[in-house]
Each structure stands twice: as C-alpha cells, then as structure tokens.
Design a protein around this ligand. Structure first.
Ligand SMILES: Nc1ncnc2c1ncn2[C@@H]1O[C@H](COP(=O)(O)OP(=O)(O)OP(=O)(O)O)[C@@H](O)[C@H]1O
Length: 293
C-alpha cells in the first residue's frame, strides 16, 4: 500500500500542497480528481521522487520509498516523454530494460502488452508515425512493461477515443485485479465513475474528500429518491415538503425539503395507484465533485 502523509509543497510564495494525506490500496483503482491547478501532478511527482516535498512523507508498505523501489513503480507522466523516431516495440522493451528487466523478459512483456493494447501491427513503426491516440497507448505500455508494483498515471485517458478508453481501461483493471495499487488522475468524471474503487479529491492543494467511492456517494450530496408509478407522477409537484428534481411521465426523482418523510411520499403514491419502484438515489460523482471542491 502507498501512504502519503501530510505532504506539503510550495513554489516560491505559492503554496501548492498543504497537509495532503491519502492511501492507494492494493488491488484498488484510485481516481485522483481536482480542478486545473489543484496539485495532482505535483503530488504524483512527489510520490515518484521527481520532486521533493517540503514536509510530510511517502511510504510503501510502511517503509520510506527508496530509489531502487521507485524503479519498480510505473509512471505515466503528464508530459509524455517517448522518443518520436524510435520504433514502438524497440522503445518499450528498452524502457523495460532500463527498469531492470533482462532483454528476453523485456521483449516478452512488450509483445504481450502491445497485443493487449491492440498495437501489435504497429510494433515496428516509428512512434511519430502513429496517431496521437495510439502514441498514448504506447505510453501506457511504457508505464507497465516492467510489471510495476504500483501504477501512477497522469491523465491516461485524455485524448483517447471511446474504444481506446475501453482498451486501456481493461489493461489497468487487469493490473489492479492482480493486486497492484493504481492511482490515476482524470478530468473525465464519467470514466472515473466507471473505473475507480476509491477516490481522492484535491481542492486548492488540500484534500476535500477521500476514500471508498460508494461510501463517499452515501456521505455526500443531497439524499434523493426515485419513484416509478403506473401513470403520470406530476401530482408529486403539489405534495408539501417535496421538491421534484426530474419528472418524466411515471418516473420522478425528488428531494425532501422538511416535514414530509420518504414513507409519507410512498403512502401518497400508493393512494394514487400501483408503485413500480421506490428507491434512494445516490449522488453521481459529478455531484460529489462539485460539492467537494
Ligand atoms: N515547477 C513549478 N514551478 C512553479 N509552479 C509550479 C510548478 N509546478 C507546478 N506549479 C504550480 O502548482 C500548481 C499545481 O499544479 P499541478 O500541475 O500540480 O496541478 P494539477 O492538479 O495537476 O492541474 P491540471 O489538472 O491542470 O493538470 C499550479 O498553480 C502550477 O502552476
């Protein structure tokens, strides 16, 4: 497990991170969210040892992170740093060797990864001859080739079409299922919603919320209910203590504004006819994000 404890960082007078603590747990995909400039990249660079914190610590299974351990981490930086003129497979295998793999293992891992990422047919092309989306897939391969014990990915899905997102998502999920903690930043909330088990939300350099995604959904946002009846549910609008958020024929989503309980609404609905479903609705990630930052 990766543990970030109370890290801080400033650039000149600009305080970028303050008292940032969170965990990235084994086998879990952790989504790292925050507005532009919130400090996500800075945090990732500190975890990778590219940048030193001005306070706090980063530990791996309770031990300080050393240079040799960092070599076993996988990192996809925001500024993609591959060689445009080098051939795809050659480049990925070479990066594997730089991370300590022998030549044969580096080649085998490269072949497997290019296959998984649907890039096998481009193995002998120069990176610069690939589309930007395919170059991005190569970046993912480069971060994974040495079978890292931890994955830190800065915006791995930016610029990918939906099919490429699915391919990369599948590869990352597989690593997580093998027990690798995965931390990835993204501005694409729909993808994060689909992919992450845990969430860390940074706002202005401090933690606004962190933990299990479902628990955060239960803890944040306004409680809502969805009611589905047989006929038009428009009568809900006239019920005291109810605010209808969304109405579509027999389906309504509503909040309670006081004085009326969910059971009162259910009774009222049953008084009007058959009730097909009545369920609490958890807030979406977008709502949690907007509330937290
Ligand atoms: N080397 C640096 N020197 C000075 N300021 C920096 C440096 N690196 C980052 N910053 C500043 O730190 C703040 C946080 O930047 P960071 O890149 O960590 O944010 P981010 O959450 O990753 O943003 P984005 O979502 O836009 O990528 C920004 O105001 C940025 O300008």
């Amino acid at each position: 497990m990766l543990t970030v404890t109370s890290i801080s960082r400033h650039f000149g007078d600009h305080r970028v991170l303050h008292d940032v603590s969170f965990e990235v747990r084994p086998g879990r995909m952790t989504g790292f969210l925050g507005a532009n400039g919130a400090g996500k990249t800075t945090t990732m660079r500190i975890i990778l040892g590219v940048l030193a914190p001005h306070g706090g610590s980063v530990t791996w299974n309770g031990e300080p992170v050393t240079g040799s351990l960092r070599q076993r981490f996988g990192y996809m930086p925001e500024e993609r740093g591959l060689y445009p003129k080098m051939k795809v497979a050659e480049q990925v295998a070479w990066l594997g060797q730089l991370h300590g793999l022998d030549r044969a293992t580096a080649r085998r891992n490269t072949e497997e990864l290019l296959d998984q990422l649907d890039l096998a047919s481009r193995a002998d092309d120069k990176l610069e001859d690939l589309s930007l989306g395919n170059q991005q897939r190569v970046q993912v391969a480069a971060a994974l080739v040495h079978d890292p014990v931890l994955l830190i990915l800065d915006e791995p899905f930016s610029g990918l079409d939906p099919i490429a997102v699915d391919v990369v998502l599948g590869v990352l999920r597989e690593r997580a299922a093998q027990g690798v903690p995965v931390l990835f930043s993204s501005h694409q909330l729909a993808i994060v919603e689909q992919l992450c088990d845990d969430l860390v939300i940074l706002s202005g350099g401090t933690i606004a919320a962190s933990g299990d995604r479902e628990q955060l959904r239960r803890e944040h946002g306004t409680e809502r209910w969805e009611l589905v009846v047989d006929s038009d549910a428009g009568w809900l609008r006239d019920l005291a203590g109810v605010r209808v958020v969304d109405l579509d024929g027999p389906r309504a989503v509503f909040e309670l504004t006081g004085g009326t309980s969910d059971q009162d609404v259910l009774k009222a609905a049953l008084g009007k006819g058959a009730v097909r479903s009545f369920t609490p609705v958890l807030p979406s990630l977008e709502e949690i994000f907007k509330e937290a930052i």
